[in-house]
Design a protein around this ligand. Structure first.
Ligand SMILES: *[C@@H]1O[C@H](CO)[C@@H](O)[C@H](O)[C@H]1NC(C)=O
Ligand SMILES: *[C@@H]1O[C@H](CO)[C@@H](O)[C@H](O)[C@H]1NC(C)=O
Ligand SMILES: *[C@@H]1O[C@H](CO)[C@@H](O)[C@H](O)[C@H]1NC(C)=O
Ligand SMILES: *[C@@H]1O[C@H](CO)[C@@H](O)[C@H](O)[C@H]1NC(C)=O
Ligand SMILES: *[C@@H]1O[C@H](CO)[C@@H](O)[C@H](O)[C@H]1NC(C)=O
Ligand SMILES: *[C@@H]1O[C@H](CO)[C@@H](O)[C@H](O)[C@H]1NC(C)=O
Ligand SMILES: *[C@@H]1O[C@H](CO)[C@@H](O)[C@H](O)[C@H]1NC(C)=O
Ligand SMILES: *[C@@H]1O[C@H](CO)[C@@H](O)[C@H](O)[C@H]1NC(C)=O
Ligand SMILES: *[C@@H]1O[C@H](CO)[C@@H](O)[C@H](O)[C@H]1NC(C)=O
Ligand SMILES: *[C@@H]1O[C@H](CO)[C@@H](O)[C@H](O)[C@H]1NC(C)=O
Length: 864
């Protein structure tokens, strides 16, 4: 198992190699300043040559500024070892000599520096006439950062136009007398004249191409004049991997992945064989790196036929949205074959997007479309949405996109500043002191001494212990900034986040909590089926047992967290009710109940193998989102076939995430014990052996679900012979014998293609590896399962002959795989345009497997 796994990875690494090489630098900046502030150290990392500011004359006005080292070393590479800090204003002045647009990049690392307390950084930044940051609370931004990978570093990128001979002055001003301003790194790089700024020679009548269209206003354009500045909000390689600054076309732009912002299911394709050379005739070759145009996201198997992204933004600004397209799909032959709509903020931006038409019927021609949209409001946090749907008349019912860039445009006062984020809820403050020494140690000692209680008890206590450890960590993080901030966020419910229901509405929906309406019961209370909106919408209503003030805090915390988590494969929270001492959560109703209800011990007809695969992929995506899509990593902790629900269209949705913290603290013990008992058979052995809870525990539990799906039996059976008791051991045994087929659910006999079974078994067993670090990430799992589904679909469509004749790559040596088999898979996909789903191309699933599996390895080496 391990060796196949390694071989596969090696093989994928080999395949990916071309993508790892540094891109040819296409654009060479005329001017380039890269300053490591507060330091005299020069160093190079990721394409940047940092120069210590002590060696330069850039610091023009610095009466009281201090250079100081960070108290805690940053784990991120970059100019983060030292900072320039001051309690009074200081200015960097860059002697820029050319006229034109520049990137201005600011690098911050929010930590304490010598006498400078982390939480006291509070300042504004001005560059020329533009306010970049105002009353910027760096620690607050770092603490509420969406991306756990940033480790308290903050990065801002702006585009600014400089007139000839103008030096660029960047001024840092502390907001209050006891706060200070700081900066770790500044970079200024010139960019091509008309990359983002509009070419003044375009006139509205002449030529629409190249000028941003004002969304919602017919035939209006929005010109990016030299007197505006832009702030980069997102730059995303849609459907592809991250691209580091050194792999950009020479401007050191970083390209991120788009998964976090995507809310619909979709497919991705990678043009690996690069049969078609890209031809930059519609847009200059520095617009984006080659690989941006070779990875694409499309609608794929999504039955709703729509692709939707949502970007968190602040209202009261114009935004510039740039979409990058490139048609490489061999099935699209002529203009008109693939036409789709583009909606921005629900307003139609394109009624007939046709990439091939835009590129004058040439394949491999990158095209860029710019849109400007105003988001009305007064600096509220809202979402900017981008939706794509196939045109009903389109021959190919698909839409596709290669990259997204989103910029904020300065307001009329020249400001780009946003309000500080809301502080994180501090609900756990009060609970910890009460339970500190007594709570954490005693149960553990008891457990060690009383081993007689066995694994169940031990694991339950470990769960308890870990839960508490986690709380301590959270509190520590909050407390390092000082003491309580007043009732602020916790005294009011987050009404803007989701719908609020009155208790009267809830009573009407459930016939006054009629027992007949109960569809489930949990440790925290009953779940009712109800109807809202005058009976038109069925919902699931979870009524929590009445609780203490702390229960309330948890309840609010959950609402806040859950209403921000939105994903097709998570059961979504519709709203809540907090009235008359009732704490009630209202969810989407999942018509078809739990996955287990369709696997065994049921009268329901058995699910087909394809249905099962789709459900597994959906659930895996939901978990992947939980692990990576939110502010903090969320570990579900209770993945099992009864927590995977199915809607009427058989779409799998993960439920009960994060809810383990709901309920009064007093009942934590019983609650946790219920949870552990309920989930026995799914519990990660490492979790109780090594007392480490990581997201890989969810991967383990998910692996058990995969086996349940395959074998159609419970994880643990009591009344059977020893070797059969544990599904995991039983499956491992048969897998090692190479005859997993013998224990497949009889209802699936004849449905599973042999190579699919092998691959499925392999991924399931890799999820169940003893060592959590050896298990794949959920993202890897999604990739492999999509690959399996793809194989299965090909098999059903009877086009697998080519695949088979290419040999089974698991059995060949890595070099052979590289040279013959994989290429032949792609070649055959490209040449064989009939046969299966016409909306996908380029061996979608296997490419996704490669790009995502391997890139996740590379991006996050500690993931394994
Ligand atoms: C990019 O385009 C410019 C102008 O068309 C051309 O001179 C240059 O060779 C191209 N660079 C690459 C790497 O293709
Ligand atoms: C760092 O680079 C600057 C500018 O290139 C140079 O003047 C200085 O001597 C360098 N410092 C060190 C320690 O190499
Ligand atoms: C950094 O320095 C190296 C070596 O001097 C040079 O080759 C490279 O072009 C420099 N990179 C930038 C972005 O200036
Ligand atoms: C900035 O945020 C921190 C929390 O990270 C808080 O302790 C501090 O009071 C805030 N400063 C101001 C001036 O709001
Ligand atoms: C920038 O600052 C320098 C020195 O403080 C000053 O001489 C210069 O006029 C300033 N430039 C602009 C454009 O404000
Ligand atoms: C814009 O038009 C002016 C005057 O016709 C011309 O001199 C200039 O080169 C043009 N610029 C570009 C970028 O086409
Ligand atoms: C900015 O440029 C636009 C277009 O050239 C012009 O209408 C506007 O007056 C300018 N604003 C300022 C303050 O120069
Ligand atoms: C693509 O470009 C390479 C190198 O420039 C060239 O050798 C090859 O023939 C081109 N392929 C096609 C299909 O044009
Ligand atoms: C597109 O998908 C989203 C998320 O599934 C859904 O909310 C929206 O209604 C869909 N739009 C259309 C037009 O189907
Ligand atoms: C952006 O700021 C500049 C300088 O203050 C101003 O001239 C311009 O009008 C602003 N842009 C917008 C869209 O308000």
């Amino acid at each position: 198992m391990d060796t196949t796994c390694m071989a596969t990875i090696l093989f994928l690494l080999l395949l990916c190699h071309p993508y790892l090489s540094t891109a040819d630098v296409i654009y060479r900046p005329v001017e380039h300043f890269t300053v490591n502030c507060g330091s005299d150290i020069n160093f190079s990392v990721d394409g940047r040559n940092w120069t210590g500011d002590s060696n330069t004359k850039f610091l023009s006005e610095s009466k009281d500024s201090v250079a100081a080292p960070a108290q805690i070393q940053s784990t991120t590479q970059g100019p983060y070892t030292y900072a320039r800090l001051s309690y009074s204003q200081f200015t960097y002045s860059f002697p820029v000599t050319t006229q034109g647009p520049f990137f201005l990049r600011l690098f911050f690392y929010s930590t304490s520096y010598q006498m400078f307390d982390r939480s006291k950084a509070y300042f504004s930044v001005q560059a020329g006439p533009y306010t970049l940051l105002q009353h910027f609370n760096a620690s607050l931004y770092a603490d509420t950062d969406d991306d756990p990978g940033h480790h308290d570093t903050l990065f801002r990128e702006y585009c600014i136009y400089l007139q000839h001979g103008e030096s660029l002055n960047i001024t840092f001003t502390p907001t209050t007398t006891d706060s200070y301003a700081f900066i770790n790194g500044i970079e200024i790089v010139s960019m091509p004249s008309y990359l983002y700024y509009s070419n003044p020679n375009y006139t509205v009548l002449d030529d629409f191409i190249g000028l941003p269209q004002l969304v919602g206003q017919m035939n209006q354009v929005y010109i990016i004049t030299n007197n505006v500045s832009l702030e980069t909000k997102h730059r995303l390689n849609v459907g592809g991997a991250q691209i580091s600054p050194s792999q950009d076309t020479g401007m050191l732009r970083a390209w991120d992945t788009d998964d976090k912002y995507l809310i619909t299911d979709s497919g991705t394709s990678v043009d690996f064989i690069k049969k078609t050379n890209l031809s930059f005739v519609k847009t200059p070759n520095y617009t984006a790196p080659d690989q941006v145009y070779r990875t694409v996201r499309n609608i794929g198997l999504n039955p709703f036929k729509n692709l939707t992204w949502q970007f968190p933004v602040y209202s009261g600004f114009f935004y510039l949205l740039r979409l990058h397209f490139c048609q490489l799909n061999p099935e699209v032959q002529d203009p008109g074959n693939q036409i789709f709509y583009i909606f921005i903020q629900k307003l139609m931006a394109e009624g007939g997007a046709d990439i091939l038409m835009w590129s004058d019927n040439q394949k491999g021609v990158p095209v860029v479309k710019d849109y400007a949209v105003y988001i009305p409001g007064n600096r509220e946090k809202v979402y900017l949405s981008l939706e794509m749907h196939p045109h009903p008349k389109s021959f190919i019912q698909d839409a596709q996109l290669n990259a997204i860039e989103l910029f904020k445009i300065n307001d009329t006062t020249g400001s780009l500043a946003e309000p500080n984020p809301d502080p994180l809820p501090k609900t756990l403050d009060k609970q910890i002191p009460e339970q500190k020494s007594s709570g954490t140690t005693r149960p553990l000692i008891a457990a060690i001494a009383g081993a007689v209680f066995g694994v169940v008890l031990l694991s339950f206590i470990v769960v308890f212990f870990i839960t508490k450890c986690k709380q301590n960590v959270v509190v520590y993080k909050n407390q390092k900034d000082g003491t309580s901030r007043g009732g602020g966020s916790s005294s009011s419910l987050p009404t803007n986040l989701c719908r609020h229901f009155s208790i009267a509405e809830i009573r009407a929906a459930t016939n006054n909590f009629d027992k007949l309406f109960v569809i489930g019961a949990g440790g925290f209370g009953d779940v009712y089926k109800g109807y809202i909106d005058d009976g038109s919408t069925p919902v699931a209503i979870k009524r929590l047992k009445p609780g203490s003030q702390q229960g309330l805090n948890e309840f609010m915390n959950e609402i806040e967290m859950l209403s921000k988590l939105r994903h097709v494969h998570l059961v979504s929270l519709i709203g809540y009710c907090y009235e008359s001492n009732e704490m009630i959560l209202v969810y989407d109703l999942m018509d078809r109940g739990t996955l287990r209800d369709h696997l065994y011990g049921t009268d329901n007809p058995p699910l087909s193998w394809n249905q099962r695969l789709q459900i597994c992929i959906g659930a895996a995506r939901g978990l992947h989102y939980l692990h990576t899509g939110a502010k903090q990593m969320i570990i579900h902790r209770d993945v099992k076939s009864t927590n995977i629900l199915l809607d009427e269209k058989w779409v799998a949705k993960v439920s009960d995430f994060g809810l383990s913290r709901i309920g009064p603290m007093g009942s934590l013990m019983t609650h946790v014990s219920t949870q552990v008992k309920g989930s026995i058979g799914y519990l990660d052995p490492e979790y109780y052996k090594r007392q480490r809870l990581t997201e890989k525990s969810d991967v383990y539990s998910y692996g058990v679900v995969l086996l349940e799906v395959l074998c159609g039996r419970q994880p643990l059976l009591r009344m059977v012979e020893k070797p059969q008791v544990s599904l995991v051991d039983w499956a491992k045994h048969w897998y090692e014998k190479g005859s997993l087929g013998d224990i497949v659910d009889p209802a699936l006999k004849g449905q599973i293609a042999p190579h699919c079974l092998r691959k499925f078994g392999e991924v399931a067993l890799s999820c169940l590896l003893e060592d959590g670090t050896q298990r794949p990430s959920m993202n890897d799992v999604v990739g492999v399962l999509e690959f399996v589904l793809r194989l299965q679909l090909q098999n059903s469509a009877n086009v697998n002959a080519v695949l088979e004749s290419g040999g089974d790559y698991e059995d060949s040596s890595t070099e052979d795989m590289f040279s013959s088999t994989h290429t032949s898979v792609h070649a055959s996909d490209y040449s064989n345009s009939s046969g299966f789903n016409s909306t996908t191309y380029g061996s979608k699933a296997s490419d996704r497997l490669i790009s995502e599996l391997v890139f996740s390895e590379i991006k996050d080496p500690k993931g394994r």
